[in-house]
Design a protein around this ligand. Structure first.
Ligand code: SF4
Length: 335
């Protein structure tokens, strides 16, 4: 078996908080997440707002300390490195943020924005070599070379996102975390940026951790998809399997609510979930989805389901996929 580029094992990120009564408590933003990403692969993290997907992205990037678990790059652990040891890792892991307006320094020209990582990671490079690299990266993101002399406010949202991608590319990374990177863009611009990312991935062999709540984009973009609910991955599968035949009741509900993706695109019914997402300060016992699951059985309130294989490269955490009839009370399996 080859070593994955990035491997995340049992990742937890808890925040200390106080309850309404002033008692100390822990907010479980991420609660035991594991996945791996190969070179040149796009893994998408999806789920409702607040499910922990962006926290996973920030933990992978080393932007916040983890509570437990491990993050490894090419087999070497990176979550426990100090600032100096993390520096070469930072070059290999870059990020493109959601908001193309606030993520660029308005006081720097595009040349300086794109050159910043180059100066940082290749401090001995001469000015003309830096300028040449900036020009090459602008070519890659299909912006005119003359853009280098302009200010961020002179560009549209889509062009700014290209600048953000150019900044990430200038470090020559192995993996880019795209945190809702196209969510703030108009539909046609969104498609252009997604196509650009795919072309760059093909050309440069980039891996992408693509965090998004937009399932139509994810269906177009991802090789594999991990569905998160309340800080945990509840299903992980190759894109085609997840969209054609989702197994977890939460995934089914999520896809049924999205326009023109998954079973609903083939005429399936929309599944309306009752209730709100429980608080990550006090998550439910057993299956964390049981308070909203239309298929919950008694065991769901007591035992937490483990991720089980349900197909090639496909895992789902639901007791209804347990092969033991005792576990389900003889109820039929999910189709
Ligand atoms: Fe629903 Fe139970 Fe499956 Fe959880 S384990 S998703 S509550 S059926």
């Amino acid at each position: 078996m080859t070593q994955p580029l990035l491997s995340v094992e049992g990742l937890k990120k808890y925040y200390p908080v106080r309850t309404g009564l002033g008692r100390p408590a822990r907010l479980r933003a991420v609660d035991g997440v594991s996945f791996a990403i190969e070179r040149g692969e796009t893994l998408s993290l999806v789920g409702e707002s607040g499910c922990g997907k962006s926290t996973v992205g920030r933990a992978v990037l080393g932007l916040l300390p983890v509570t437990a678990g491990q993050v490894s790059l090419d087999g070497g652990r990176i979550d426990n490195l100090g600032p100096a040891a993390f520096r070469p890792v930072r070059k290999r892991l870059q990020v493109v943020f959601q908001d193309p307006f606030s993520s660029l320094n308005p006081r720097l020209k595009v040349r300086e924005i794109v050159a910043e990582p180059i100066r940082n990671f290749w401090p001995d490079l001469r000015r003309e070599d830096i300028d040449r690299r900036v020009a090459e990266v602008l070519d890659k993101v299909r912006l005119p070379r003359g853009s280098a002399e302009r200010w961020p406010h002179e560009f549209s949202g889509g062009q700014r996102q290209r600048i953000g991608i150019a900044r990430a590319l200038s470090a020559e990374p192995d993996l880019i975390v795209c945190d809702e990177a196209v969510s703030a863009l108009d539909v046609s611009v969104k498609a252009q940026i997604v196509n650009l990312l795919q072309d760059l991935q093909e050309e440069l062999g980039l891996a992408l951790l693509f965090i998004s709540h937009d399932l139509a984009i994810v269906e177009h973009m991802a090789h594999r998809v991990a569905v998160m609910y309340l800080g945990k991955i509840v299903e992980l599968a190759p894109r085609s399997a997840l969209f054609a035949a989702p197994r977890h009741p939460y995934t089914k509900a999520l896809l049924s609510a999205a326009p023109l993706v998954g079973p609903r695109a083939a005429g399936g019914q929309r599944i309306i979930l009752s209730g709100d997402v429980p608080s990550p300060i006090n998550p439910p016992k057993g299956c964390s989805f049981h308070t909203r699951c239309p298929l919950a059985v008694g065991r769901c309130r007591i035992d937490e389901p483990a991720l089980r294989p349900v197909g090639p490269g496909h895992v789902s955490a639901c007791h209804l996929d347990d092969d033991s009839d005792a576990a389900t009370g003889g109820r039929p399996r999910l189709s």
